[in-house]
Design a protein around this ligand. Sequence first.
Ligand code: HEC
Ligand code: HEC
Length: 327
Amino acid sequence: MNKLIAIAGGSTLLYIVLSVLMAVLPGIELSQVPPGPEVNQLTLWQQKGRQVYISEGCVYCHTQQVRPQAIDRVFGRPSAPGDFAYQTPELLASERTGPDLTNIGKRQSSKIWQYIHLYDPRAVVPQSVMPSFPALFKLVAQAPQGTQPVPVPKAYAPAHGVVIPSPDAQALVAYLLSLKQPALPNTQAAGAPAAAAQAPTGATTAAGPTGSKGASTFNAADGAKLFASTCAACHGAQGAGVPGVFPPLAQNPVVNAKDPTEHIHVVLHGLHGRVINGITYAAQMPSFESQLSDSQIADIIDHERTSWGNQAPTVTAKDVAAVRAKK
Ligand code: HEC
Ligand code: HEC
């Protein structure tokens, strides 16, 4: 009998000690980590979106943790404890059927893209296996005043009526767009190309990953990589755009213009409200002024100017610097 008590008591004690050592103490320690710089508390609206994210099961397929591994660099820098200061419970998740969403607000900042993608992922990512979430939208004959219908491309739009986002969809997208990974101080030097493309360098003419070579040589590989990580989310990997939502860059007059000033200007300062080939685009093009160096922008532009049937003179980092200086 005494032996039995000793075994039961001993193992219970061991269990308690190990639980405290391996779960409780690290938990207490983590809860005292101060929020990292630029890590903000969610607004009430974004918190509601987070609830929708949980209840719709997005966590089953999407992680929010960037591991310190080379294959995770496309998603951002490795996650740090301070990133999660305001997130309890953390939505780290373990399955990655879809991409990690830690930095999705930066990677895909277009609200309109997010709505179309939730309504039917295939409309913007043809090969997508993500389920559609039509229940987050309402189909109405006419959009109520002050509400912008979602510009679903024709092939995916309902035959009649227009699609408008429900409050749940609006909150969910507000939450998704809040998922931006702040740069860690002193971690940018090590930047691999993908990480450097994600992290704003703030540098204007500084050497990016492309800076070590002569400023006038166009690096096709870098241009293609940077285009894939910064532009393809909207304009498509093949520059085909999304009909009526994001303009194609293949055969685009600005991209094929001899004088690259306008092209450089659009990438530096963004664009909104321009009618292109008779089409008004509801979405807007973000500015990349603070995110990309001159030589990175030159490489991207040269990639556009020599791909998908486009044929236009290439540009140099100097050309970009000149347009940047003009404002
Ligand atoms: C069954 C798995 C699955 C579920 C559930 C799921 N997704 Fe996805 N998701 C994917 C896959 C696969 C992709 C990659 C293809 C694509 O972009 O559509 C993706 C892509 C995405 C992207 C684009 C990521 C990028 O880097 O371009 C976003 C944003 C996203 N999902 C949000 C959500 C949200 C919000 C929910 C919940 C409402 C959700 N997903 C539910 C599988 C899933
Ligand atoms: C969040 C979505 C989005 C991203 C990311 C994006 N663009 Fe755009 N881009 C747009 C939209 C929308 C327009 C059209 C705006 C308008 O018509 O007012 C546009 C317009 C353009 C135009 C002008 C086309 C014309 O005919 O005037 C060029 C060039 C361009 N983008 C290049 C790029 C490059 C290069 C990148 C990456 C560095 C990029 N875009 C990233 C959405 C995006």
